[in-house]
Design a protein around this ligand. Structure first.
Ligand code: DP6
Length: 349
């Protein structure tokens, strides 16, 4: 027999960024972060996990290709979930797995991303969140999403925030064992549903410096990172939470853009410097800044993760339509900087 579970998890985009770890193995951050989880129909990971007495080892396939599960991150997630497994019974098929049997049973995992992997579109976030969630369902783990987020965090830091919809905060926590480093939902996806997210794919190639090694180098060499983590982000987190509660788009935009720019500034302050954005990314920033300044209130916020692609958050559908027109004007199809823009749902987050 084979028992299977399939789950789907969207990715999330940080508006106050996580960059830098205080513990590399447990994946504990040096600052809190806030993100918004995208609509599940776009940029998501679908994972099927299966268990059978016929499987003689844990195996995983990512986008159809087998990958190794020997890395610490996968092993940490599998171990933490297995340790919390409970009895499972499928009466119709006469299948019974007792809690203690899980130690000797192996799983097969098949995971698909519907977007480019490692192109700065936070694929690891959706991937590990989905892996942990589907394994927890398969093994009948009786923990809330907060506990599961702390397990997903050990796969990839940003993954802990994908366990919830809407706006989510990852609290860095103080404990050495990471037990209080979890995601907490701030508001659900209905709270601010006029926002529209547009992803402008500047380049879908794999990034040169992974987030993991990039942030390690920043923590080791940047003089600015400490100021960011200790002085700037704590204040921004408070202001951002308030802006989200009040749906204050002007403050939201100011903080989101400033935080993205500061994150890229600490990357530049790293030795050797890390360049995630390119000329096209910079032109998108100029185009949005110019437009926002010409209006009574800002129309669009921009944010860039560890790659050149722009995540643009429009205040409503009208500004999203105007933004698309502007992007088409500045970056016409078939030009050198041909952009691919994806609108993420009408009611986005
Ligand atoms: C720029 O979560 O990919 O997207 O914890 O090493 O797996 P690891 O890093 P990862 O880093 C994400 C960095 C970011 C900002 C963010 O999502 O907060």
């Amino acid at each position: 027999w084979v028992l299977m579970v399939t789950a789907q998890t969207p990715t999330n985009i940080a508006v106050i960024k996580y960059w830098g770890k205080r513990d590399e193995n447990l994946i504990l951050a040096i600052n809190d972060s806030i993100s918004l989880t995208l609509d599940p129909t776009h940029l998501c990971t679908t994972t099927t996990v299966a268990v059978s007495p016929a499987f003689n080892q844990d195996r995983m396939w990512l986008n159809g290709k087998e990958i190794s599960l020997s890395g610490g991150r996968y092993q940490n997630c599998l171990r933490e979930i297995r340790a919390r497994a409970s009895d499972v019974e499928d009466k119709n098929r006469g299948i019974k797995i007792a809690k203690k049997d899980w130690e000797n049973l192996h799983v097969h995992i098949a995971s698909y991303n519907n977007f480019p992997t490692a192109a700065g579109l936070a694929s690891s976030a959706a991937g590990f969140a989905c892996l942990v969630y589907s394994l927890a369902k398969l093994m009948n783990v009786q923990e809330d999403n907060g506990k599961l987020s702390a397990i997903a965090r050990q796969g990839s830091g940003s993954a802990c925030r994908s366990l919830y919809g809407g706006f989510v905060k990852w609290v860095m926590g103080k404990e050495e064992n990471g037990s209080d480093s979890i995601a907490v939902p701030l508001v659900d996806e209905k709270h601010w549903d006029e926002l529209v997210i547009i992803i402008s794919v500047v380049c879908s190639r794999q990034k040169e410096t992974s987030s993991t090694s990039g942030m390690r180098e920043t923590v080791e060499t940047s003089a600015l990172i400490e100021h960011r983590a200790k002085e700037v982000v704590p204040k921004r987190i408070i202001q951002m939470e308030e802006a989200i509660q009040k749906r204050d788009f002007a403050t939201f935009t100011r903080l989101t853009c400033a935080d993205s720019n500061q994150f890229h500034a600490v990357c530049l302050d790293t030795s050797p410097p890390i360049f995630y954005m390119n000329d096209t990314s910079h032109r998108i920033i100029s185009c949005v800044e110019k437009w926002n300044r010409s209006e009574a209130t800002p129309q669009v916020a921009y944010t860039f993760d560890a790659g050149p692609n722009a995540v643009l958050i429009a205040r409503n559908r009208t500004s999203a339509a105007l933004l698309l027109q502007r992007l088409l004007f500045y970056f016409p199809p078939n030009s050198e900087t041909d952009l691919n823009s994806y609108v993420i749902g009408d009611k986005s987050i």
